[in-house]
Design a protein around this ligand. Structure first.
Ligand code: SF4
Ligand code: F3S
Ligand code: FES
Length: 247
């Protein structure tokens, strides 16, 4: 048996390297070879590359557990979370990593999803709109909610704002101002919450145009690549049906 097979296979990881802050820098693919370890994730491999080959390699992570949403990137052509993606998923051992498109590039694999998500949250008013709740009254009890409805809201609350759905969406590439699936999931979440007093007409004001729900061409990359398996198809169809009646 060769030494390589005894120790684990050799991975070839090609990364799009580019630092827009560095004058004269140009995008280039750089390939690193490293030995695969049991249970190795792309995140672990990137740390090893940074330690062994190039300390300037940029990529984001916080939780390493698929919770914070900061490690989204394009892995062999598909958006995914680097901390969840096992290298063993790629039988050839050749792995290509690129930053998520549709977001401002910070450098290498690091993109500014926070800026996008903040703007999206402000655009849709990502909080419960109820004047009565704005008044500070510590004795006021929240209305009871059916457990089934609470579960449905919770399902949409699981979004980790990773941006994979935005990067997987062809419409977003064509329409810069397109709200995108993360925004639709968020508006659906507030729309089904009885504590939010916004009417259908109020929602129409936010998403009733081609940068909103009518721009969605049902390409469903969002459904395919959401690492949290949010019900994009169902919720987008529901919102569209509701909004089309108000047109
Ligand atoms: Fe990520 Fe899914 Fe949220 Fe989109 S909806 S940002 S893919 S968790
Ligand atoms: Fe884009 Fe999802 Fe619609 S991928 S076009 S938001 S169905
Ligand atoms: Fe938090 Fe990957 S590091 S989701």
């Amino acid at each position: 048996m060769s030494e390589n097979i005894e120790k684990g296979r050799i991975l070839k990881i090609s990364i799009l390297r580019f630092n827009p802050q560095l004058k004269g820098d140009k995008p280039k693919m750089v390939t690193y070879e490293l030995e695969e370890a049991p249970g190795m994730t792309i995140f672990i491999a990137l740390n090893e590359i940074r330690e062994k080959f190039d300390s300037s390699l940029q990529f984001d992570f916080v939780c390493r557990a698929g919770i914070c949403g900061s490690c989204g990137m394009i892995i062999n052509g598909q958006p995914d979370l680097a901390c969840r993606a096992l290298t063993s998923k790629y039988p050839s051992g050749e792995i290509t990593l690129m930053p998520l498109p549709a977001f401002e590039l910070i450098g290498d694999l690091s993109v500014n999803t926070g800026k996008f998500m903040r703007a999206m949250s402000e655009r849709i008013g990502s909080w419960i709109h109820d004047q009565a709740m704005d008044e500070i009254d510590l004795t006021r009890l929240e209305e009871k909610m059916e457990p089934g409805l609470a579960d449905k809201i919770y399902e949409l609350e699981r979004c980790v704002e990773c941006g994979c759905c935005i990067s997987a969406c062809g419409t977003k590439r064509m329409r810069e101002e397109f709200l995108g699936a993360a925004g639709f999931m968020r508006i659906a979440r507030f729309h089904m919450d009885p504590r939010d007093k916004r009417t259908d007409d109020d929602i129409y004001e936010i998403i009733g145009d081609d940068d909103g729900i009518f721009g969605c061409m049902s390409l469903l990359g969002c459904e395919d690549y959401c690492p949290k398996d949010l019900p994009h198809q169902t919720q987008i169809a529901y919102l569209r049906r509701k909004m089309v009646n108000l047109r």
